[in-house]
Design a protein around this ligand. Structure first.
Ligand code: 48N
Length: 326
């Protein structure tokens, strides 16, 4: 049974079923006689386009140089967390760093390049919150195309004024600090570089990175107790050239932790457990995990082409971060 949300397509189809086929489009009032022969855009200089892009980009980079929440990876877990945090706390500065040009990670398709996306209940409640239509199959639901889920959540996340996505940008490492007073090790930011640069460090002379810092520190690196310190949420997915970045760094820092590595596929054993393991990393401050990177960190089973745990682990991690800032 499809849910009752009527899509734009259905509305348009209803219009055309009436028998008349009026052609209306965004430019109908501009191109009155549907004669496009003298159509033209407003004039512009090339430098104007360059300045419009670069001025905004570098203003954003300056504004987000110190952020309340840095989310590494804009896959299904990262964008579900970003949506939940931004919706609850429009005052927090949220920065998403995505190494790919296209955000969305592995959630543009279901399994083996098939279109449909499966989510086991109760993850369907997130679909209802963001307004994604689904077919209800009892214990699970089916979104007709995974891209419908990802594009819908992405479009909502990108519309929040307090969220900035830096895509085509890789997190190469974490920034850490030992608290001068307590000696406690804390994650204090992320190390970034253009992804194309990160992929070619060994083919060029050294290309130093940039840094995005978390809120809550003074110039001398000590904690500014008047400000709630920021949080890094790492959702970089499966291990790979860029993936599981924070999990690998944390395992190299925390001598009590070895990288678990993702285990064999078991849907029923994996999804609930991954959600329960998502959230704050115990032992090192200010780093939280969600999505498949949790499986890499803690050695959990993979679930294959069901995405409920990605959305819900992002929501659970977001809840923990919201409690931190409460
Ligand atoms: O979609 P992913 O890879 O990761 P998740 O955890 O959001 O969702 C995982 C999900 O798609 C599955 O793998 C499904 C459920 N399959 C399970 C299974 O058994 O196989 O998104 C991670 C994002 C991607 O967009 C990467 O490009 C990005 O993170 N990323 C990074 N971005 C910046 N810096 C990095 N170092 C980095 N590493 C990965």
């Amino acid at each position: 049974m499809a849910s009752t949300i009527q899509t734009v397509t259905e509305q348009t189809q209803t219009l055309n079923v009436s028998g008349s086929h009026p052609i209306r489009h965004a430019l109908s009032d501009v191109v009155k006689t549907d004669d496009w022969s003298d159509f033209e855009f407003k004039p512009i200089r090339e430098a104007t386009v360059s300045r419009a892009m670069t001025s905004r980009y570098f203003k954003d980079l300056d504004k987000h140089a110190v952020s309340d929440v840095v989310i590494i990876g804009a896959g299904s877990a990262g964008i579900s967390a970003a949506y939940t945090i931004a919706k609850n706390r429009p005052d927090l500065k949220i920065t998403i760093i995505e190494q790919n040009v296209s955000p969305g990670g592995g959630a543009w398709l279901g399994g083996q390049l098939f279109s449909a996306m499966i989510m086991r209940k109760p993850a369907h409640l997130f679909l209802e919150e963001v307004g994604v239509e689904y077919e209800d199959e009892g214990d699970y639901v089916v979104v007709k195309h995974a891209a419908l889920f990802t594009s819908t959540v992405l479009s909502k996340v990108l519309q929040f004024p307090n969220v900035k996505l830096f895509n085509a940008t890789a997190v190469e490492d974490l920034v850490t600090r030992n608290d001068p007073k307590t000696g406690e090790l804390t994650v204090a930011g992320v190390v970034t570089n253009w992804t194309l640069v990160s992929l070619h460090h060994d083919t060029q002379s050294c290309m130093d990175p940039n840094v995005i810092e978390l809120t809550g520190y003074k110039n001398d690196g000590t904690r500014d107790e008047s400000v709630t310190h920021g949080i890094v949420l790492s959702t970089t997915g499966h291990d790979g050239p860029m993936g599981a970045t924070s999990a690998k760094r944390i395992a190299s820092i925390d001598k009590t932790k070895s990288l678990g590595g993702m285990r064999a596929l078991s849907m029923n054993e994996s999804e609930g457990r991954l959600v329960r393991h998502s959230g704050k990393y115990d032992g090192i401050n200010s780093i939280h995990f969600a999505g498949m990177e949790v499986a890499e960190l803690d050695g959990l089973n993979r679930m294959g082409p069901t995405f409920g745990a990605m959305a819900v682990s992002g929501i659970k991690a977001a809840e923990g971060i919201l409690k931190h800032f409460a």
